[in-house]
Design a protein around this ligand. Structure first.
Ligand code: MN
Length: 275
Protein backbone atom coordinates (compact mmCIF):
# COMPACT_ATOMS: atom_id res chain seq x y z
CA UNK A 1 0.00 0.00 0.00
CA UNK A 2 1.28 3.44 -0.88
CA UNK A 3 1.77 5.50 2.25
CA UNK A 4 1.55 9.00 0.85
CA UNK A 5 0.03 11.98 2.64
CA UNK A 6 -3.06 13.84 1.54
CA UNK A 7 -3.29 15.03 -2.09
CA UNK A 8 -1.82 18.46 -2.46
CA UNK A 9 -3.71 21.60 -3.17
CA UNK A 10 -2.79 25.02 -1.94
CA UNK A 11 -3.91 25.61 1.63
CA UNK A 12 -2.24 24.74 4.90
CA UNK A 13 -0.83 21.26 5.50
CA UNK A 14 0.68 22.21 8.79
CA UNK A 15 0.03 19.67 11.53
CA UNK A 16 1.28 19.26 15.08
CA UNK A 17 3.01 16.02 14.27
CA UNK A 18 4.52 16.32 10.80
CA UNK A 19 6.13 13.14 9.55
CA UNK A 20 9.27 14.15 7.65
CA UNK A 21 11.41 11.82 5.52
CA UNK A 22 14.96 12.93 4.81
CA UNK A 23 17.57 11.57 2.45
CA UNK A 24 20.63 12.82 0.52
CA UNK A 25 23.11 11.81 -2.15
CA UNK A 26 26.28 12.16 -0.05
CA UNK A 27 25.55 9.01 1.93
CA UNK A 28 24.00 8.17 5.28
CA UNK A 29 27.04 9.21 7.30
CA UNK A 30 27.37 12.67 5.70
CA UNK A 31 27.41 15.54 8.19
CA UNK A 32 24.87 17.54 6.20
CA UNK A 33 22.21 14.87 6.74
CA UNK A 34 22.56 14.92 10.53
CA UNK A 35 22.60 18.74 10.58
CA UNK A 36 19.34 18.71 8.63
CA UNK A 37 17.82 16.11 10.94
CA UNK A 38 18.75 18.07 14.07
CA UNK A 39 16.99 21.17 12.81
CA UNK A 40 13.89 19.52 11.29
CA UNK A 41 13.31 17.61 14.54
CA UNK A 42 12.19 20.96 15.96
CA UNK A 43 9.14 20.96 13.67
CA UNK A 44 8.24 17.28 13.32
CA UNK A 45 9.21 13.65 13.49
CA UNK A 46 12.20 12.97 11.22
CA UNK A 47 12.96 9.57 9.72
CA UNK A 48 16.06 8.85 7.64
CA UNK A 49 16.68 6.62 4.64
CA UNK A 50 19.86 7.44 2.74
CA UNK A 51 22.31 5.73 0.39
CA UNK A 52 24.99 3.59 2.04
CA UNK A 53 27.67 5.38 0.00
CA UNK A 54 28.18 8.69 -1.82
CA UNK A 55 25.89 8.90 -4.87
CA UNK A 56 26.48 12.47 -6.01
CA UNK A 57 25.63 13.18 -9.66
CA UNK A 58 23.62 9.99 -10.04
CA UNK A 59 20.64 11.96 -11.35
CA UNK A 60 17.19 10.39 -11.13
CA UNK A 61 18.37 6.81 -11.55
CA UNK A 62 16.37 4.05 -9.91
CA UNK A 63 17.15 0.40 -9.19
CA UNK A 64 15.04 -2.12 -11.07
CA UNK A 65 17.28 -5.13 -11.65
CA UNK A 66 18.63 -6.06 -8.24
CA UNK A 67 17.29 -6.28 -4.68
CA UNK A 68 17.03 -3.09 -2.66
CA UNK A 69 18.20 -3.13 0.94
CA UNK A 70 17.28 -0.77 3.77
CA UNK A 71 19.19 -1.80 6.88
CA UNK A 72 18.91 -0.04 10.24
CA UNK A 73 22.12 1.73 11.26
CA UNK A 74 23.08 3.99 14.14
CA UNK A 75 23.57 7.60 13.08
CA UNK A 76 26.14 9.92 14.64
CA UNK A 77 23.45 11.41 16.92
CA UNK A 78 22.70 7.93 18.30
CA UNK A 79 19.35 7.56 16.52
CA UNK A 80 18.47 4.83 14.03
CA UNK A 81 18.24 5.48 10.28
CA UNK A 82 18.04 3.21 7.27
CA UNK A 83 21.04 2.69 5.04
CA UNK A 84 20.20 1.59 1.49
CA UNK A 85 22.15 0.21 -1.43
CA UNK A 86 19.76 2.20 -3.64
CA UNK A 87 19.97 5.68 -5.14
CA UNK A 88 18.53 8.80 -3.49
CA UNK A 89 15.32 8.36 -5.53
CA UNK A 90 15.12 4.72 -4.42
CA UNK A 91 15.42 5.89 -0.81
CA UNK A 92 12.37 8.15 -1.24
CA UNK A 93 10.41 5.31 -2.83
CA UNK A 94 11.37 2.97 0.02
CA UNK A 95 10.22 5.55 2.53
CA UNK A 96 6.91 6.25 0.81
CA UNK A 97 6.10 2.57 0.36
CA UNK A 98 6.41 1.49 3.93
CA UNK A 99 10.02 1.13 5.14
CA UNK A 100 9.54 3.97 7.64
CA UNK A 101 6.58 4.42 9.97
CA UNK A 102 3.47 6.40 9.15
CA UNK A 103 2.28 8.50 6.25
CA UNK A 104 4.93 10.97 5.06
CA UNK A 105 3.97 14.67 5.00
CA UNK A 106 7.21 16.23 3.73
CA UNK A 107 10.41 15.11 1.99
CA UNK A 108 13.70 16.95 2.38
CA UNK A 109 16.92 15.99 0.59
CA UNK A 110 20.33 17.27 1.71
CA UNK A 111 22.10 19.15 2.99
CA UNK A 112 24.28 18.54 -0.03
CA UNK A 113 27.98 19.34 0.19
CA UNK A 114 28.29 21.56 -2.87
CA UNK A 115 25.94 23.52 -5.13
CA UNK A 116 22.97 22.38 -7.19
CA UNK A 117 22.48 25.40 -9.44
CA UNK A 118 21.38 25.95 -13.03
CA UNK A 119 21.94 22.88 -15.16
CA UNK A 120 23.40 20.98 -12.18
CA UNK A 121 19.79 19.99 -11.54
CA UNK A 122 19.85 17.52 -14.41
CA UNK A 123 22.73 15.58 -12.79
CA UNK A 124 21.88 16.01 -9.14
CA UNK A 125 21.00 13.06 -6.90
CA UNK A 126 19.98 15.53 -4.18
CA UNK A 127 17.45 17.31 -6.39
CA UNK A 128 16.28 14.04 -7.97
CA UNK A 129 15.32 12.69 -4.55
CA UNK A 130 13.09 15.75 -4.07
CA UNK A 131 11.75 15.20 -7.60
CA UNK A 132 10.73 11.69 -6.59
CA UNK A 133 8.79 13.25 -3.73
CA UNK A 134 7.16 15.70 -6.17
CA UNK A 135 6.26 12.80 -8.49
CA UNK A 136 4.44 11.26 -5.53
CA UNK A 137 2.60 14.56 -5.08
CA UNK A 138 4.26 15.44 -1.77
CA UNK A 139 5.83 18.73 -0.68
CA UNK A 140 9.55 18.29 -1.30
CA UNK A 141 12.67 20.36 -0.73
CA UNK A 142 16.26 19.89 -1.95
CA UNK A 143 18.91 21.87 -0.08
CA UNK A 144 22.57 22.41 -0.88
CA UNK A 145 25.42 24.32 0.74
CA UNK A 146 27.45 26.09 -1.91
CA UNK A 147 30.92 25.34 -0.61
CA UNK A 148 34.21 23.83 -1.53
CA UNK A 149 33.92 20.05 -1.11
CA UNK A 150 37.43 19.87 0.35
CA UNK A 151 36.99 22.53 2.99
CA UNK A 152 37.40 21.17 6.54
CA UNK A 153 34.86 22.00 9.28
CA UNK A 154 31.91 22.80 7.04
CA UNK A 155 29.19 24.59 9.04
CA UNK A 156 25.71 23.46 8.01
CA UNK A 157 23.87 25.15 10.85
CA UNK A 158 22.61 28.23 8.99
CA UNK A 159 21.55 26.20 5.92
CA UNK A 160 19.68 23.81 8.23
CA UNK A 161 17.89 26.67 10.01
CA UNK A 162 16.89 28.27 6.69
CA UNK A 163 15.50 24.91 5.55
CA UNK A 164 13.47 24.52 8.73
CA UNK A 165 11.91 27.99 8.31
CA UNK A 166 11.18 27.33 4.64
CA UNK A 167 9.65 23.93 5.39
CA UNK A 168 7.29 25.58 7.87
CA UNK A 169 6.31 28.23 5.28
CA UNK A 170 5.75 25.57 2.63
CA UNK A 171 3.54 23.53 4.92
CA UNK A 172 1.70 26.61 6.13
CA UNK A 173 0.86 27.95 2.67
CA UNK A 174 0.60 24.78 0.57
CA UNK A 175 1.99 24.57 -2.93
CA UNK A 176 1.07 23.40 -6.45
CA UNK A 177 1.28 19.67 -6.95
CA UNK A 178 4.43 18.23 -8.61
CA UNK A 179 6.57 21.26 -7.79
CA UNK A 180 9.58 21.13 -5.48
CA UNK A 181 11.82 23.75 -3.92
CA UNK A 182 15.50 23.81 -4.81
CA UNK A 183 17.43 25.70 -2.13
CA UNK A 184 21.07 26.77 -2.34
CA UNK A 185 22.76 28.46 0.61
CA UNK A 186 26.04 30.39 0.21
CA UNK A 187 28.86 29.26 2.46
CA UNK A 188 29.11 32.55 4.33
CA UNK A 189 28.80 33.55 7.99
CA UNK A 190 25.14 34.29 8.73
CA UNK A 191 25.79 38.03 9.14
CA UNK A 192 27.24 38.19 5.60
CA UNK A 193 24.23 36.54 3.94
CA UNK A 194 22.31 39.23 2.02
CA UNK A 195 18.91 37.57 2.42
CA UNK A 196 16.63 35.05 0.77
CA UNK A 197 15.69 35.39 -2.92
CA UNK A 198 13.08 33.53 -4.95
CA UNK A 199 14.89 32.75 -8.19
CA UNK A 200 14.60 31.04 -11.57
CA UNK A 201 16.86 28.26 -12.76
CA UNK A 202 19.95 29.76 -14.41
CA UNK A 203 22.57 28.46 -16.82
CA UNK A 204 25.61 26.59 -15.61
CA UNK A 205 27.73 24.46 -17.86
CA UNK A 206 30.91 22.50 -17.45
CA UNK A 207 33.66 22.65 -20.05
CA UNK A 208 34.32 18.96 -20.00
CA UNK A 209 37.58 17.43 -21.12
CA UNK A 210 38.32 13.83 -21.80
CA UNK A 211 41.58 12.64 -20.34
CA UNK A 212 42.82 9.48 -22.02
CA UNK A 213 45.16 7.11 -20.19
CA UNK A 214 46.44 3.60 -20.72
CA UNK A 215 46.14 0.84 -18.12
CA UNK A 216 48.94 -1.70 -17.35
CA UNK A 217 47.49 -4.16 -19.86
CA UNK A 218 47.67 -1.57 -22.65
CA UNK A 219 43.95 -0.85 -22.76
CA UNK A 220 42.73 2.73 -22.92
CA UNK A 221 40.60 4.28 -20.21
CA UNK A 222 39.13 7.72 -19.75
CA UNK A 223 38.41 10.33 -17.10
CA UNK A 224 35.78 13.00 -17.65
CA UNK A 225 37.08 16.16 -16.01
CA UNK A 226 36.27 19.82 -15.77
CA UNK A 227 37.95 22.87 -14.29
CA UNK A 228 34.66 23.98 -12.81
CA UNK A 229 31.38 25.45 -13.94
CA UNK A 230 30.82 28.43 -16.20
CA UNK A 231 27.82 30.39 -15.01
CA UNK A 232 25.74 32.86 -16.99
CA UNK A 233 24.80 35.41 -14.36
CA UNK A 234 21.42 36.47 -15.75
CA UNK A 235 19.18 38.66 -13.59
CA UNK A 236 16.92 36.72 -11.24
CA UNK A 237 18.72 33.39 -11.55
CA UNK A 238 19.87 30.99 -8.87
CA UNK A 239 23.52 31.19 -9.99
CA UNK A 240 23.49 34.98 -9.76
CA UNK A 241 21.74 35.12 -6.39
CA UNK A 242 24.20 32.72 -4.76
CA UNK A 243 27.24 34.42 -6.31
CA UNK A 244 25.98 37.68 -4.77
CA UNK A 245 25.57 36.13 -1.31
CA UNK A 246 21.82 35.40 -1.33
CA UNK A 247 20.07 32.20 -0.33
CA UNK A 248 18.41 31.02 -3.56
CA UNK A 249 15.00 29.33 -3.52
CA UNK A 250 13.79 28.08 -6.91
CA UNK A 251 10.41 26.43 -7.43
CA UNK A 252 11.06 23.59 -9.88
CA UNK A 253 8.37 21.79 -11.86
CA UNK A 254 8.55 18.29 -13.29
CA UNK A 255 7.22 19.53 -16.65
CA UNK A 256 10.34 19.92 -18.83
CA UNK A 257 8.41 21.04 -21.91
CA UNK A 258 9.78 24.07 -23.73
CA UNK A 259 6.51 25.84 -24.50
CA UNK A 260 8.14 28.39 -26.84
CA UNK A 261 9.39 25.55 -29.03
CA UNK A 262 5.95 23.97 -29.15
CA UNK A 263 4.71 27.14 -30.86
CA UNK A 264 7.79 27.39 -33.08
CA UNK A 265 7.42 23.81 -34.31
CA UNK A 266 3.84 24.37 -35.40
CA UNK A 267 5.31 26.19 -38.44
CA UNK A 268 7.26 23.06 -39.44
CA UNK A 269 4.03 21.41 -40.58
CA UNK A 270 5.11 18.04 -39.13
CA UNK A 271 1.85 17.43 -37.36
CA UNK A 272 -0.67 15.31 -39.18
CA UNK A 273 -3.85 13.50 -38.44
CA UNK A 274 -5.45 10.45 -40.03
CA UNK A 275 -8.82 11.33 -38.61
MN1 MN B 1 26.19 15.25 -3.23
Amino acid sequence: MTKCGAAITTGSWLTDNMNILITNDDGIHAEGLVALKNELQKIGRVQVIAPDRPRSACGHSITLHKPLRADPVKLSDGSIGYSSNGTPSDCVSLGLHGVVEGSIDLIVSGINLGPNLGWDLTYSGTVSAAMEGAVAGLPSIAVSLVCDKHRPDVDYSYAAAVTRDLALKLMEHGFPKHTLLNVNVPDLPENEIKGVAITIQGKREYDGELETRVDPSGRRYYWLRSDGPKDTLDEGTDVRAVSNGWVSVTPVHLDLTDYKSVELMRSWAIESSKE
